[in-house]
Design a protein around this ligand. Structure first.
Ligand code: DOR
Ligand code: ZN
Length: 349
C-alpha cells in the first residue's frame, strides 16, 4: 500500500459554469481544492470587475457547507470590452486575479476571443505592471493546421513573439498538452503551465481506438503517447513551472453524446485520484505535493495551506458515483471513477 499526505491542493484552472450547473458542480471543487482559478467563459463572458465580483458572489452562494477552505479567484476574459482603468482597479482591489486569452473559435464560448495576442499589448502592459498573469489557451485556429499540431503552432506563431516583445509579462500556458508545449515553458522563464489530470492519464488512442469516447473529448485534444510522456515527466519532475489545473469542464450528457460532442472533461470529483495514480505509477508520489500545491502557491504568490490531504492507495469500500444530476434534469459523467475506486482520500484540517 502507498499512502501520502500532501498540502491541501489548489486548482489553477476550473470551469464552474453558472445557474443550476454551478449549483451541481461547485461542491466537488470546494471539497477538494482551496484556491481555484475560475474561468470566465460563461455566457456572456466576464469582462469587468463588477461582473467578476457578482460571479464570485454567485459561486460562494452556491458553495455547500462542507467546503474545506474554498477560495475562488477570478479571471477576466481577454476582449476589447475590458476597460483598462477598470482592470487596474479590479487588480488593485483583489477581485481580478488574472486575464484569460482565448483564440476566437478555439473552444467552448470562445467566440468573443482574439485573433492576435499582440493586438492586446496595451492590456498586457497593465498586467506586466501589476505582476498579474496572462492565462493563455494556446491553440491555433487555422483550419489548415492539423488538430494535433495546433498547440505547437500557436506557441510558435503567437506566444513566442509576445514573450520576446514583453519579457516582463508573466504567462501561464493553460492545459499544456504536448512535448512542444513542455519544451516551450522550459525555455521561457516568464512562463508557467497548468497540466490537467486527463492529459496526464490518457492519450489519443484512449479517445479514439476502442470506440469514440466523447467524455475524453476536450480542447486542446488529448495528444499522442509521446506527448503524454513529456507531460508526466514535467509534472513529476518537481520543476516549479508546472502545476495542477484540472480544466474541469462539465457539459450535460445531451451535449456530449450528440452529433457534435462539446469539448470538456468533468474531473473535479476524482481528478486528484487520477493524478495520484499517475504519480504512483511513475514512482513519483513524493513529488505530488509540489505539483498540486507548492508549485502553484509560488507561481501565484499565495501562502501554503494549513490543511492537508491524505491519499491512501487502498480500494474504497463503496460504489462510487459515476455521474451527477442537475436540478433541471441534466446529467454529467464523472471522469476518473476507475482510478478513484483505488484511492481513499482523507482531509485533515
Ligand atoms: O475542453 C475544454 N472545455 N477546453 C476549454 O478550453 C474550454 C472548456 C469548456 O469551457 O467547456
Ligand atoms: Zn479551460
Amino acid at each position: 500500500m502507498s499512502s501520502i499526505t500532501i498540502p491541501f491542493p489548489d486548482d489553477w484552472h476550473v470551469h464552474l459554469r453558472d445557474g443550476d450547473m454551478l449549483d451541481a458542480v461547485v461542491g466537488y471543487t470546494a471539497r477538494r481544492f482551496r484556491y481555484s482559478m475560475v474561468m470566465p467563459n460563461v455566457v456572456p463572458p466576464i469582462t469587468s470587475t463588477a461582473e467578476a465580483e457578482k460571479y464570485r458572489d454567485r459561486i460562494l452562494a452556491s458553495t455547500p457547507d462542507d467546503a474545506v477552505d474554498f477560495r475562488p479567484v477570478m479571471a477576466l476574459y481577454c476582449s476589447p470590452d475590458i476597460d483598462l482603468a477598470d482592470l487596474r482597479a479590479g487588480i488593485d482591489s483583489g477581485v481580478v486575479a488574472a486575464v484569460k486569452y482565448y483564440p476566437a473559435g478555439a473552444t467552448t464560448n470562445s467566440e468573443s476571443g482574439g485573433t492576435s495576442l499582440l493586438a492586446f499589448r496595451d492590456l498586457f502592459e497593465v498586467l506586466a505592471d501589476t505582476d498579474t498573469r496572462l492565462l493563455v489557451h494556446a491553440e491555433a485556429t487555422d483550419p489548415a493546421i492539423d488538430i494535433f499540431d495546433r498547440e505547437a503552432a500557436f506557441l510558435e506563431d503567437q506566444l513566442a513573439p509576445l514573450c520576446e516583445a514583453m519579457p516582463e509579462l508573466l504567462v501561464t500556458v493553460e492545459h499544456v498538452s504536448t512535448r512542444a508545449g513542455v519544451d516551450f515553458v522550459a525555455t521561457h522563464p516568464q512562463c508557467a503551465a497548468t497540466v490537467t489530470p486527463h492529459h496526464l492519464a490518457r492519450e489519443r488512442s484512449d479517445l479514439l481506438a476502442d470506440g469514440m469516447r466523447p467524455d475524453l473529448y476536450c480542447k486542446p485534444v488529448i495528444n499522442s503517447s509521446d506527448d503524454q510522456a513529456a507531460l508526466i515527466d514535467a509534472a513529476t519532475s518537481g520543476d516549479p513551472a508546472f502545476m495542477l489545473g484540472t480544466d474541469s469542464a462539465p457539459h450535460p450528457t445531451t451535449a456530449k453524446y450528440g452529433p457534435k460532442a462539446k469539448a470538456g472533461v468533468f474531473n473535479a470529483a476524482y481528478g486528484l485520484e487520477v493524478v495520484a495514480d499517475v504519480f504512483r505509477n511513475h514512482g513519483a508520489l513524493d513529488q505530488l505535493g509540489a505539483f498540486v500545491s507548492s508549485n502553484g502557491c509560488a507561481v501565484y504568490g499565495v501562502d501554503a495551506p494549513e490543511a492537508t490531504l491524505e491519499l491512501s492507495h487502498e480500494p474504497v469500500d463503496r460504489d462510487l458515483a459515476t455521474d451527477l444530476s442537475t436540478s433541471s434534469g441534466d446529467s454529467v459523467v464523472l471522469f476518473g471513477t476507475e482510478e478513484a475506486s483505488q484511492w481513499t482520500v482523507t482531509v485533515h484540517n
